[in-house]
Ligand binder design. Structure first.
Ligand code: NOJ
Length: 548
């Protein structure tokens, strides 16, 4: 390795001391984390009981996917009451107890806010249906007359993200817009009542003591005036430009929310789920008077390839730094194939398709575990914030053996099985190798089937076991803290085209993404993503070395 420093990124993360600039935030998917009631679906009491283990991992905060009242047509992202807990997850008291426990353990708590759409069971949508065309109640959603002689054609050509048309016709002949499932009507954010309602919802949870919000489909709330057709050629080419995503006036919403959060003590945070590109456009969501973090999905979607990862890392640090925000790295969540599997799939599946039992894309289990761990070791050494998704610390793979009748993601049904959907990353996680449902509950019930091989991945089978994935995560998180990596500055070192190496303060990180062996720098070895048995790094290995 030469010492040539070819690029040094701006010290973007040193602009403030807010906790979220350097935080590792652990995503809890309540349905699949821990189930105290034993009905096969996780709940808030289950989460509270397992929080000490989350704290022991060494993360700073948790983000909970939705637990609000909901018919569960999209696993809770179809909210019928934003100010209440769904009975399958417990009660508001359970929420308060869980929150107190998290705070006692030193964990901050971020909740999910779903402002682009509600459930069709929300009181406002029911009122709109009953009130009929032309009513004030309909202006809270996007109702339009159809095209064609009798209005029998949808108002425009927009397609649902989950497949099929984005419009559904109601018995009186009007159509309503739903960018997702037909049970998730989009709000009309041009109606000020919608904005006021969400400010009340923010306050409701801020008053209860939450530390922030992950904002669902943050790029979608504002639609282009007149709802123009999507340019078919651009859509075909996979463009993220559209009349419903990333419209400039969406930012006004977050400027208002910013001022609401400012009224509260303790650096509350807004994190954007904004699937926009390029990165510069994503960074607009985290300008100083808007949100604070945005998931770096460009990074998540970059394959395990040194030549492609390095410019994405550079650009991320640069564009987020330019607006005074930290980059927010992420590899897995409840919408994407678990990275332990995804990064090793051959051939890579079509974008957003998921994988299932008959997919031609396969991942070798040994290569994929090694690569998944390496990708995490690389990510956790980068400056900025990071998100982890429950179960990745156990090295869980994507589950493909879920048959059609068990699949619950609306994507699968709406595309007649053409897209597998996201159930494979949502399977309840294993805690105890020898317990019913691997300790997810006492009853053995599980809303999605848990694979038999998961006994050896259970948390208790990895705890204290040298070289286990769990212990690698713990060590990486502890070292990240000890060496201040999240607030550091990245300085690239030249190691050839198929590896990446950089210095972050006292730590030198080398990642081998190719097949040729790469030298390990001299110094104290702090972390290895797989057991290191030579002075050189094999394919899919990452090492952290103390070089001062
Ligand atoms: C993004 C969420 O992460 C996903 O799970 C959900 O289906 C859509 N938004 C719609 O709310």
């Amino acid at each position: 390795m030469t010492d040539a420093t070819t690029q040094s990124a701006a010290p973007a993360t040193t602009t403030g001391d807010e906790w979220w600039r350097s935080a590792v935030i652990y995503q809890i998917y309540p349905r699949s984390f821990a189930d105290a009631s034993g009905d096969g679906i996780g709940d808030l009491a289950g989460i509270a009981a397992r929080l000490p283990q989350v704290a022991e991992l060494g993360v700073d905060a948790i983000w909970l996917s939705p637990f609000y009242r909901s018919p569960q047509k999209d696993a809770g992202y179809d909210v019928s009451d934003y100010r209440d807990v769904d009975p399958i997850f417990g009660t508001l008291d359970d929420f308060d107890r869980m929150l107190d426990k998290a705070h006692e353990l030193g964990l901050r708590v971020i909740v999910d806010l779903v402002p682009n759409h509600s459930s069709d069971q929300h009181a406002w949508f029911q009122e709109a249906l009953a009130a009929g065309p032309g009513s004030q109640a309909r202006t809270r959603y996007i109702f339009r007359d159809g095209k064609g002689v009798d209005g029998e054609l949808p108002p425009n050509n927009w397609q649902s993200v989950f497949g099929g048309p984005a419009w559904t016709r109601v018995p009186d002949g009007q159509w309503y817009l739903h960018l997702f499932d037909a049970s998730q009507p989009d709000f009309d954010w041009d109606n000020p009542e919608v904005g006021d309602m969400f400010v009340d919802v923010l306050r409701f949870w801020l008053d209860r003591g939450v530390d922030g919000f992950r904002v669902d489909v943050a790029h979608g709330n504002a639609k282009a005036a007149g709802l123009p057709d999507v340019d078919a050629e651009m859509a075909e080419a996979g463009s993220m430009e559209s009349p419903y995503f990333g419209q400039e006036h969406v930012h006004e919403i977050y400027r208002r929310w910013h001022t609401v959060l400012e009224e509260y003590e303790g650096d509350r945070v807004l994190c954007a789920e904004a699937w926009v590109s390029p990165l510069e456009k994503m960074a607009r969501f985290v300008r100083p008077d808007e949100m604070h973090q945005a998931f770096n999905f460009v990074y998540l979607e970059t394959p395990w390839d040194a030549k492609r990862l390095r410019p994405v890392i550079d650009e991320s640090i640069e564009v987020f730094g330019a607006v005074g925000a930290p980059p927010t790295w992420v590899l897995s969540n409840h919408d994407t194939i678990r990275h332990r599997t995804r990064l090793a799939l051959v051939p890579p599946p079509p974008h957003g398709a998921g994988i299932g039992p008959t997919s031609i894309s396969k991942a070798d289990p040994v290569v994929s575990l090694r690569r998944g761990r390496a990708a995490t070791a690389l990510m956790l050494a980068l400056p900025g914030g990071a998100y982890l998704y429950q179960g990745e610390e156990l090295g869980l793979p994507e589950v493909t053996a879920i048959d059609a009748l068990q699949r619950q993601d609306p994507t699968f049904a709406r595309t007649q099985g053409e897209l597998w959907g996201r159930d494979g990353c949502r399977v309840p996680i294993p805690w105890e190798a020898d317990a019913p449902a691997y300790g997810f509950n006492d009853s053995g019930a599980s809303w999605l089937p848990q694979p038999a091989e998961w006994a050896r991945l259970a948390r208790d089978a990895q705890e204290g076991v040298a070289g286990s994935t769990l212990e690698m995560y713990r060590r990486a998180l502890a070292l990240r803290e000890q060496f201040g990596l999240a607030r550091g500055t990245l300085e690239w070192l030249d190691v050839g085209p198929t590896a990446l190496a950089f210095r972050n303060g006292d730590v030198t990180v080398v990642a081998n993404l190719g097949h040729d062996a790469v030298d390990v720098p001299r110094g104290e070895i702090l972390l290895t993503s797989s057991p290191l048995d030579a002075a050189s790094l094999s394919a899919d290995d990452v090492v952290w070395v103390r070089t001062v």
